[in-house]
Design a protein around this ligand. Structure first.
Ligand code: CTP
Ligand code: MG
Length: 382
């Protein structure tokens, strides 16, 4: 199933204040919008990512690595921003779409998986939380006029996920200025089947000024840092390049291995699995299994990162060291860093790639092969 993500970020954040639209304000170590963009980019389930933003937000988006062809100008209302996003995708339509508020930075991989899975049975779905407080209705003077039952009442969050074609049809047959609370309401009005799945307190919407510190505490605060380490070595063999951190580096030899022999990403995968207490790469991808022959090691790394995220952990820092005499890694270091950060959905500042030699000592010094070691830090909820 081809799944796209539309992140609506064209609001001006009037209620949150702060001088710039709230989605571009820092939350922890990155702008709020980057939290959602990184989450959908890191998901193997999601293909195209589109952001709806304000007409003057181009530079801010570029700073987040959102290229011009990955964003469109949103509209005056949220519904209008969504409509424009859907129309922009209509020429090459996905099968399904996740529509998400940039104002909800706490999107986990587990939630993306839950929503995509739910689309097998229904045409639309969204995360929702049961109401814990008592509900009252009151008049303009706040005199209580009624008790409201909370039985069967849910607080609905985003992302809201839909089969694309019927949703586009629903928006096209909805009047431009019709008022709907969310996209689910438009889908339901058009007769689409809708089911709620378990929501997540971390998906809170940042609306008022005080919500920033709450979101920061939820997403960045406390927790137990766990550090994992990994090591891998591969023998040189015939070939004309090696692959390190997903980057093809020309060399007069290749690396021998069952997969693409990317020792750097293998070491990093082991480091992440180590931090999560999830065994090692061989447990998850046995070298005896023919399906991993020549495999792109990005698959292994994504798998390890998804395990961390499913366990509620947050990968906060990775550091990789390649050990070899040749090829010289330095000219490729930045590309390796960028590739790793992209794949893991991490800010570049939290991804380190280094290289060293063994002063011609040992099997690495004799250039019989190449090795890599890595460390990964994962913060788990306290
Ligand atoms: N949004 C949008 N286009 C609009 C209005 C809102 O894309 N014309 C997006 C916001 O950027 C946000 C989400 O819809 O990610 C939810 O909206 P809200 O929390 O109301 O954000 P703002 O409209 O920016 O805030 P405010 O209403 O306080 O101005
Ligand atoms: Mg608004």
């Amino acid at each position: 199933m081809k799944i796209a993500a539309l992140i609506v970020a064209a609001g001006r954040g009037e209620r949150a204040g702060g001088g710039i639209p709230k989605q571009f304000r820092l939350l922890g170590d990155k702008p709020m919008l980057a939290w959602s963009v990184d989450a959908v980019r890191a998901s193997p389930l999601i293909g195209r990512v589109l952001v709806a933003a304000g007409p003057d937000d181009g530079e801010r988006l570029e700073a987040l690595g959102v290229a011009r062809d990955s964003w469109i100008e949103g509209g005056k209302t949220r519904t209008e921003s969504v409509r424009r996003g859907l129309e922009a995708l209509a020429s090459d339509p996905p099968d399904a779409i996740l529509i998400h508020d940039a104002a909800r930075p706490g999107l986990s991989q587990a939630m993306i998986e839950r929503l995509c899975k739910a689309l097998a049975d229904v045409q639309a779905t969204a995360p929702a939380l049961a109401v814990a407080d008592a509900l009252k209705s009151a008049d303009a003077e706040r005199l209580v006029t009624d008790d409201v039952s909370r039985v069967g009442v849910w607080r609905v969050q985003t992302p809201q996920a839909f089969h694309f074609a019927p949703l586009l049809e629903a928006f096209r047959s909805t009047e431009a200025n019709a008022a709907f609370d969310d996209d689910l309401a438009i889908a339901r009005a058009a007769g689409m089947s809708v089911r709620l799945v378990d929501g997540d307190a971390q998906l809170m919407k940042v609306t008022m000024p005080e919500d920033f510190s709450l979101a920061e505490r939820l997403l960045c605060g406390g927790g137990t840092p766990c550090v994992g380490t990994g090591f891998d070595a591969h023998r040189f063999g015939p070939g004309d390049h090696v692959t390190l951190c997903g980057v093809r580096i020309p060399h007069d030899k290749g690396l021998v291995g069952h997969s693409d022999a990317d020792a750097a990403w293998h070491a990093l995968t082991d480091a992440i699995l180590g931090a999560a207490g999830e065994g090692d790469i061989g447990d998850h991808f046995p070298p005896t299994d023919p399906q991993w022959r020549g495999a792109d090691s990005g698959v292994f790394l994504r798998h390890a990162a998804a395990l961390v995220s499913r366990a509620g952990g947050r990968l906060t820092h990775v550091d990789v060291t390649v050990i070899c005499e040749h090829p010289k890694v330095k000219p490729h270091r930045e590309a390796m860093r960028v590739r790793t950060a992209e794949l893991l959905g991490m800010p570049l500042s939290r991804v380190s790639v280094k290289a060293t030699t063994t002063e011609r000592l040992g099997f690495l010094g004799r250039e019989e092969g190449l090795a890599a070691q890595a460390a990964a830090t994962v913060v788990f909820p306290a």
